[in-house]
Ligand binder design. Sequence first.
Ligand SMILES: *[C@@H]1O[C@H](CO)[C@@H](O)[C@H](O)[C@H]1NC(C)=O
Ligand SMILES: *[C@@H]1O[C@H](CO)[C@@H](O)[C@H](O)[C@H]1NC(C)=O
Ligand SMILES: *[C@@H]1O[C@H](CO)[C@@H](O)[C@H](O)[C@H]1NC(C)=O
Ligand SMILES: *[C@@H]1O[C@H](CO)[C@@H](O)[C@H](O)[C@H]1NC(C)=O
Ligand SMILES: *[C@@H]1O[C@H](CO)[C@@H](O)[C@H](O)[C@H]1NC(C)=O
Ligand SMILES: *[C@@H]1O[C@H](CO)[C@@H](O)[C@H](O)[C@H]1NC(C)=O
Ligand SMILES: *[C@@H]1O[C@H](CO)[C@@H](O)[C@H](O)[C@H]1NC(C)=O
Ligand SMILES: *[C@@H]1O[C@H](CO)[C@@H](O)[C@H](O)[C@H]1NC(C)=O
Ligand SMILES: *[C@@H]1O[C@H](CO)[C@@H](O)[C@H](O)[C@H]1NC(C)=O
Ligand SMILES: *[C@@H]1O[C@H](CO)[C@@H](O)[C@H](O)[C@H]1NC(C)=O
Ligand SMILES: *[C@@H]1O[C@H](CO)[C@@H](O)[C@H](O)[C@H]1NC(C)=O
Ligand SMILES: *[C@@H]1O[C@H](CO)[C@@H](O)[C@H](O)[C@H]1NC(C)=O
Length: 841
Amino acid sequence: MHHLFFVILSLIGFLNISYGDWAPKSLTESYHPRYSTVGNPNISPEHDCALRAFTIEMATYIEPTFSKTNWTTLSQSAFQMNQCNGTSHTAYQPSSSDKLFKTAPEIKKGTCHHTVFVHDLKGNNLFDGTFERPMKTIQAALSLTRTLRAVHDSGNTLCITIRGGTYYLGTNATIWSSQIGAIALTSDDSNLVIENYQDERVILSGGTLLQLQWSVHAKTATGGTIMKAQVPPSVNLDQFNELYIDDRRAIVAKYPNGDPSTQGLYAKDPGFSYDSQRWWPPNLNRSVEIHVQEPSRNGTVFTNYQLGLGGGAAVFNPPRNFWSTASPPAGDNYAVPSGLTVKNGALPHISNWSTPTTGFVHAFHSGYWGSWIFEIASINSTQNTIIFGRGGFQEARGSRDGGAFYVANIFEELDSPNEWFLDRDTRTLYFMPNETMPNVFVASQISCLISVSGSGIENPVHNVLIRGLILTQTSSTYMRDYMVPSGGDWAVHRGGTMYLTNTKNVTITRHLFTQLGSNGVALIDFNDATSITLNEFVWLADSAIILVGSTNGIDGFSVASQPANTLIQSNLIHETGIYVKQSSPVLISVSRSVSVIGNLMFNMPRAAINVNDGFYGNHTISWNVLFNTVRETSDHGPINSWDRQPFLTDAVQPGLPSLWQHGSYIHHNTLFNNYRSVWPIDHDDGSCFYEDSYNFQVYGGKKNYLGHSKTDHHEIYVYSDVNGGGFGSNVCLSDYAPTRGSSGWNETWIQNTCVLYQSPVPYNIENCDTANIFVPYLANNKIYIPSGTQVAFTCKVNGSSTRLSLEQWQSYGLDIGTTVQTAPDVQTIIEWGREMLQRTT
Ligand SMILES: *[C@@H]1O[C@H](CO)[C@@H](O)[C@H](O)[C@H]1NC(C)=O
Ligand SMILES: *[C@@H]1O[C@H](CO)[C@@H](O)[C@H](O)[C@H]1NC(C)=O
Ligand SMILES: *[C@@H]1O[C@H](CO)[C@@H](O)[C@H](O)[C@H]1NC(C)=O
Ligand SMILES: *[C@@H]1O[C@H](CO)[C@@H](O)[C@H](O)[C@H]1NC(C)=O
Ligand SMILES: *[C@@H]1O[C@H](CO)[C@@H](O)[C@H](O)[C@H]1NC(C)=O
Ligand SMILES: *[C@@H]1O[C@H](CO)[C@@H](O)[C@H](O)[C@H]1NC(C)=O
Ligand SMILES: *[C@@H]1O[C@H](CO)[C@@H](O)[C@H](O)[C@H]1NC(C)=O
Ligand SMILES: *[C@@H]1O[C@H](CO)[C@@H](O)[C@H](O)[C@H]1NC(C)=O
Ligand SMILES: *[C@@H]1O[C@H](CO)[C@@H](O)[C@H](O)[C@H]1NC(C)=O
Ligand SMILES: *[C@@H]1O[C@H](CO)[C@@H](O)[C@H](O)[C@H]1NC(C)=O
Ligand SMILES: *[C@@H]1O[C@H](CO)[C@@H](O)[C@H](O)[C@H]1NC(C)=O
Ligand SMILES: *[C@@H]1O[C@H](CO)[C@@H](O)[C@H](O)[C@H]1NC(C)=O
């Protein structure tokens, strides 16, 4: 083990961590050290390792003392520190005078007026729910609390306390909706606490435990054994789309082989094929277009509200899509390929596929902005062609072509350990073990475990606390309904493991969401003052936390059906987006005043935090540590925002409808812009009214694209010019296509520190011309360039592009107070970061 390891170990060991029964299995499982790219390939490994070590240290700051997390294992594996050779970097030792990041407060549940106990093994639904005579099921306990409300004051808090055990909510389940949970709270269930008993492990499974009689089906050519078993009639095969074996998602038989949980485009062996030959043209079907002329947003690129209905947008539910219009600014008529022809030999078993229509094709969008999943409608194996059926709606932009792909759920592809296939006609489950047959097989049966659904905005479920549960083993939802929430690139499944709608003051805390087929928490439409704190989310097929509101077209003013005042604090979110690549730990769409504070997020296919629109604004994203984002997609970063679709709200002044939004604040985050991340804070198309400050941003600079009114100050940008490939952030500040009257106005970049690694060019301001200066307001920045280089501010002078010295640049009245110096060593930069992040003012 390396020196740096020991430093990190001792640093982490220093903290008071208690595990008890709580240490989630996921974190003690070994990760697969297969990652092909860590840090940045263009930079010296020593610098990269030092910066990553710094990020780990910052991560420890957000750790609550009662964390369930084994940070030792976590940080070793997450950062792949084994790839850092022994270096002399000394890791930081916190002293008592350091200000630690504020963690989410432990929620006090108040007094339980009455408690109903639940015990899976010893309980009986005919008992009275006392500690000695507990109920058997949570559903029965919920019914009992409703009865008790008749005798207690409805304002009194009732509690359901669950004893340790595994509750298979999927067994004989009758609810299949992804919006109604097996445990379904309604407006009659306000003032309720649902929690685990003390530190007991309460596992809520969305599956059913399978009792199987296995026999050998066949030996494979490579010496493997395919086992088979009959699935009992009580199991609903329609919802059996995930198999969890010994608490881990097993692999739906696929080609190329590989485990989607631990392999993807970030891995040396990605489990995807790049051997497509031709994507079949989309079946174009025009939508009905809605263009709202008034009101419109003056001074922007995206002035008008527009939407396509029906036609190609009919694959979404509801059947509408911002991208289903014919005309720009941002319309290109969403459509996806209708099929795929692969190169000869790229699907070597295709001629043996007996029932190709069981299969799915998982494919990246051609621009790697997300992925699609299609059913297979038919094949022509002599032509190496697959024709797609339903699908392709898992992102909203569409494209004529796809990218890397794999094929899943075809019996003849069951040829590798841990793969399974279910023959629905004969109810036969096939599975290929590695060497010894595992023990516990759980078939997914439902996707939503707990729903909290009020009957309306006027009658929300209120004051509910749900705490301390392990939620796991749900059905996948990637072929369920998706909808397009607003003008970002996203389509989203409006369901989740916990589904909330029409609620007020609901707290979701101290849970482990693990091994899930859907999103973690879905806040849909009106949810006021939801707190999501101190949870861990890991091994999710889709996103962790989604906020999706709705409007009446452009009108979000007279319609309050949006999440508002949400607090997402001190959560640990990683290994998300196993199937759905256009997914994020946190999606914010059509929502008001969301605070995302002090969370740690890493290992995901796309952005960690995606703000899909500028609906109302007033979001705060602070004190988060985000790294290993955008591992499989492109053109994005740890934090992403868009604003292409105007909405009316009262963000500017209460009671006054306006298309302008409230400011949002991004500060004190540590952002490690590695893998395919391009901009640490990607303020993409039209983003406006952001104040970004005191962020420590590694490997990327500031971005403006078609937006305005953003202010950056007191940022530290480290090595923002090493992003390789000639695309994106290779400077401190990129201002794309600024145009008077529509974009790039009221942009401010002051009092920032930017360290360049190899280039002496601080800015890329497109169309810069000293005869007609239209650049962000620049002042009092500290720019550091490599030793032996000469700074060059590039701008047109007398009609031709010129490299200007600082003095020449300042002679045009620009960047007054800015200095240019030689870059210091990485330890000095890290010290700056430490000082900045500990300064809490
Ligand atoms: C935490 O990880 C360390 C290092 O892998 C290991 O020695 C220790 O047993 C783990 N602790 C728990 C509670 O899992
Ligand atoms: C570690 O050392 C090995 C062998 O000397 C070298 O190939 C590798 O590039 C080094 N890696 C880093 C991150 O320094
Ligand atoms: C589920 O249904 C089956 C068949 O109807 C029945 O035998 C079994 O007891 C039920 N299981 C539970 C836990 O209710
Ligand atoms: C085109 O869209 C309309 C409206 O959604 C639908 O009724 C029709 O079947 C579609 N036509 C084709 C060829 O897909
Ligand atoms: C197709 O299946 C047959 C019979 O199992 C086997 O002999 C043959 O190798 C398979 N062909 C391919 C291309 O997988
Ligand atoms: C498959 O393609 C071949 C070659 O083009 C063609 O002859 C055959 O009719 C096709 N089969 C089907 C089922 O369409
Ligand atoms: C199967 O077992 C071998 C040897 O123990 C191990 O190297 C390999 O990782 C295992 N594969 C899977 C998929 O578990
Ligand atoms: C919110 O709910 C909690 C119980 O979870 C309760 O203690 C608190 O008083 C409620 N807050 C308000 C403002 O009603
Ligand atoms: C903005 O959000 C904060 C919470 O972060 C809230 O206190 C404040 O009322 C919100 N302001 C507006 C105008 O919505
Ligand atoms: C300029 O941008 C700042 C935020 O960066 C905002 O507060 C201010 O209102 C904007 N000015 C105008 C005229 O829009
Ligand atoms: C639009 O904004 C420009 C300045 O950005 C202003 O000159 C013009 O009057 C505005 N037009 C309207 C209709 O408000
Ligand atoms: C631009 O033109 C002016 C006047 O013709 C001249 O004084 C100045 O030196 C020129 N600047 C550059 C950088 O060529």
